[in-house]
Ligand binder design. Structure first.
Ligand code: SF4
Length: 417
């Protein structure tokens, strides 16, 4: 039986696509192997969202050069965000790579059969399902639209069919993925939106939970917020990147909203969806960011008190608008200092938010067992651990929270559902 090896870095989208590729290989009779050196087919699923990620990808491709040269019978293919329309240049730079293909745009030897045939036989209790590829926004710092292309949505029926198939094989929770899930459906004939899709999926028997990411503050609709509140399987967790609390910086980033609009949106979400957990992304040290503009971000985070904040230091990506038109003029030490300030602030806020759960009972879906401890997530996406000798994999259980940290909860089983 031939072997395949898939190396993946990057976002959940890449992980979901690698899972799909893996299922496809299994379907055509291949077996997974942990090392590239034992594989007949090697796939590198790349990410270039940051320079460091792109460097890792390039190093990985180069590292495989001697192996590929010594074994001309193996197939080496690269997919993911490194692959743009100019594959001729990639082929010239990396002649030992046999194929470059865009995500979902499989080469002829890997023709994709009907979606259901490629579903994993034993999926994890929590699965990722891409619903829209690409992005039509051009945030000035972001390389994604250039690499993933324009938005292309999958039809509701196709997504529902895939989710039913995964649930039929044991999955309990689905996370719908897209660079901007709020754009979902605008390119489809009947123009369904994310709220319509959620309504359809909510009706699937045995599906326990639905999540989705990532939302865009300029596109998130009232209809969607109402749907989150109304549909019982849709979890109270929203990932809404703000990027900056300064209107001037938001304008330079071309995000399409100002901080006051973002604050109003958060208020509406919190008024409509009680107990909702909010996550956000922030970039510090963007071009020309002054001390007071940075302080506006700190103020916004202090005021809105997110459950999770992912903070990144700005670094220009070649090919983006910002790299062409804006100067990367904030010294690295200042960027680092701003990063530390936000990390420390958020650690304190997250610790306080999670502390409020001490002594309460929360429902978790058990996803895995790591180093003897079961782990799962609450509906609000909080990681929770407990120890118990019984088998809980894939079960929805209640745990009583006995310990909290900024990053997770610990407890004991209170009652299985
Ligand atoms: S919304 Fe902006 S940051 Fe997000 S993928 Fe699109 S261009 Fe990039």
């Amino acid at each position: 039986m031939p072997n395949y090896h898939i190396w993946t870095i990057g976002c959940q989208m890449n992980k979901a696509e690698s899972e799909q590729l893996g299922s496809l290989f299994e379907h055509i009779g291949y077996r997974a192997t942990d090392t590239a050196e034992n594989a007949d087919v090697i796939i590198l699923n790349s990410c270039v969202v940051r320079q460091s990620a792109e460097n890792r990808v390039v190093n990985k491709i180069r590292a495989l050069h001697p192996f590929a040269r010594a074994h001309p019978d193996i197939t080496l293919a690269v997919t993911g965000c490194l692959v743009n329309s100019d594959t001729a240049k990639l082929k010239k730079d990396f002649p030992h790579v046999d194929y470059f293909f865009k995500p979902g745009d499989y080469p002829p030897w890997l023709e994709k059969p009907a979606a259901l045939a490629t579903l994993p036989q034993n999926p994890s209790p929590t699965v990722y399902v891409p619903i829209i590829q690409g992005c039509n926004n051009f945030c000035t710092y972001c390389i994604v639209p250039y690499r993933r292309g324009r938005e292309v949505s999958r039809p509701v029926t196709e997504i529902a069919c895939e989710v039913k198939g995964l649930i039929g094989r044991g999955a309990k929770e689905v996370t719908l993925l897209g660079q901007n899930v709020d754009s979902y459906g605008h390119d489809l004939p009947d123009k369904p939106d994310l709220a319509d899709l959620l309504q359809e999926l909510n009706a699937i028997d045995s599906l326990a939970r639905i999540r989705f990411l990532t939302n865009h503050p300029k596109d998130m609709s009232v209809k969607l917020i109402d749907a989150i509140a109304k549909l019982d399987k849709v979890c109270e967790q929203i990932y809404l990147p703000v990027q900056s609390g300064s209107d001037d910086i938001l304008k330079l980033m071309r995000r399409g909203y100002i901080a006051a609009q973002y604050r109003q949106l958060v208020k509406r979400i919190r008024d409509t969806v009680p107990g909702v957990a909010l996550s956000t992304d922030v970039i510090v040290g963007f071009s020309s960011e002054t001390g007071s503009q940075f302080q506006a971000t700190v103020n916004l985070l202090s005021e809105l008190r997110f459950d999770t904040v992912h903070v990144a230091v700005y670094s220009p990506r070649p090919g983006t608008i910002a790299s062409r038109e804006l100067e990367d003029d904030i010294p690295p030490a200042v960027k680092k200092e701003r990063l530390n300030i936000i990390e420390q602030l958020q650690e304190k806020i997250a610790a306080e938010i999670n502390e409020q759960l001490l002594g309460s009972t929360v429902e978790i879906l058990v996803e895995s067992r790591v180093k003897g401890k079961w782990q799962g997530r609450t509906r609000t996406g909080k990681l929770a651990f407990f120890s118990d000798s019984r088998d809980y994999l894939g079960q929805l259980i209640n745990i009583r929270v006995e310990k909290t940290s900024p990053w997770s909860l610990q407890g004991t089983v209170s009652k299985t559902k």
